[in-house]
Design a protein around this ligand. Structure first.
Ligand code: F6R
Ligand code: MG
Ligand code: MG
Length: 363
């Protein structure tokens, strides 16, 4: 057995610049400075999508490592200090706990980590989304690993033809189940078609059980018991040689699907693929954005990023997303643009109902 590399992507919104739109450059510099000084890491890349700071790190300490999580936590604390000094908006919003307790899961930040033996060549893509929830990955991950209309490799590459295993999490009941696709595709779709509750956590190659993809499934408001901002999830996908080609892993985003989380975490809108530089939500605090950064790993070193959605090939997807956004906006406060009552992150329903209680007559 060769040595194993862990790729950890840990993210948090520790304060927006301006409002909930972007990250202040001084926060990114602070984060980069701290990671640069850490002896724990092989390599790192600090970036952002909208108002979320993303720490992309490689090391040999495995998943859920206390020292790595502590490093991420301390980095976010230092960034929060900068955010407070600059009076940035919502400074420290995602750091739910007062002190670190060994693992950042459940403390606010989103986490996606995978450990693997680096292949002869190891292309990976880190996806990061703003103004949406973890279930936003269900549709594209399903397409990458189970839809032959997206991924031709499922049909014509003998090493993919057997399909993949999908670990699906129930985020409400805290349970997990694994589906073997294509045989159990229809069963799986019953669940993952409800992305507010069921999320694809990971995908594994059949036979080898090699990790192929993994996502963050932290739901902030479920952890905090109150609205503290949207989860804005991350996803890691390994590519090529028996896994989806880079182009197959990018293809699902050519069709901007509807996701939850736009404006006040309470609206549905299209997920628009953009470059890091264009990942600043504006219109109605959106529309929701997704960025895809490609890296070639080399003994854990992150060569990249390749900012994939900067490409003109995604211009049409952006235009389509803008048209869908325009149409959805025309519905204003009506469902399904506004989310169903159960999914609303902000609501005045209880107080308005209380005030009008005596005006409601029996029919
Ligand atoms: C959505 C989001 C924003 C805020 C909105 C109101 O996930 O982050 O749309 O919900 O800008 O923010 P507050 O309540 O902080 O004024
Ligand atoms: Mg924010
Ligand atoms: Mg955000």
């Amino acid at each position: 057995m060769g040595k194993k590399i862990t790729l950890s992507v840990i993210k948090a919104d520790i304060g927006g610049f301006v409002g909930h739109s972007n990250v202040h450059p001084e926060c990114l510099e602070t984060a980069g400075g701290i990671l640069a000084g850490s002896p724990l890491l092989i390599d790192y890349h600090v970036t952002h999508v909208g108002d979320d700071i993303n720490l992309i790190m490689t090391h040999e300490l495995g998943k859920n490592n206390g020292e790595i999580h502590q490093l991420a936590w301390n980095t976010f604390l230092s960034c929060t200090a900068v955010a407070k000094k600059l009076k940035l908006y919502g400074a420290g919003q995602d750091l739910l706990a007062d002190s670190f307790s060994g693992n950042v899961k459940g403390m606010g930040p989103g986490v996606a980590e995978m450990e693997f033996e680096e292949r002869a060549s190891e292309p990976v893509i880190v996806y990061m989304a703003d103004k949406t929830e973890p279930g936003a990955w269900n549709f594209p991950v399903y397409k990458m690993f189970a839809d032959p209309f997206n991924t031709i490799g499922l049909i014509i590459d003998p090493s993919m033809h057997q399909g993949f295993l999908f670990e699906v999490r129930d985020l409400i009941d805290h349970k997990k189940v694994t589906f073997s696709c294509p045989e159990e595709m229809y069963d799986m779709l019953v669940f993952i078609g409800a992305p507010g509750r069921y999320c694809i956590k990971s995908v594994y190659q059949k036979g080898t059980n090699e990790i192929a993809a993994t996502s963050s499934t932290q739901r902030l408001n479920l952890m905090a018991g109150r609205y503290v901002g949207k989860d804005d999830p991350v996803l890691i996908v390994r590519c090529q040689s028996g896994l989806p080609a880079v182009g197959e892993a990018l293809e699902p985003f050519a069709n901007p699907h509807l996701v939850s989380g736009w404006m006040r975490g309470s609206h549905s809108g299209p997920l628009m693929p953009v470059s890091v530089d264009a990942s600043t939500p504006t219109r109605f605090d959106g529309p929701p954005r997704v960025v895809a950064l490609g890296f070639q790993l080399n003994d854990g070193k992150l060569h990249g990023p390749q900012d994939f959605f900067a490409d003109v090939a995604y211009d049409l997807a952006r235009q389509k997303a803008n048209e869908i956004a325009n149409y959805m906006r025309s519905m204003g406060p009506f469902e399904p643009h506004r989310l169903h009552l159960d999914e609303m992150e902000y609501t005045t329903m209880p107080s308005v109902s209380k005030r009008l209680k005596d005006r409601f007559e029996k029919v």
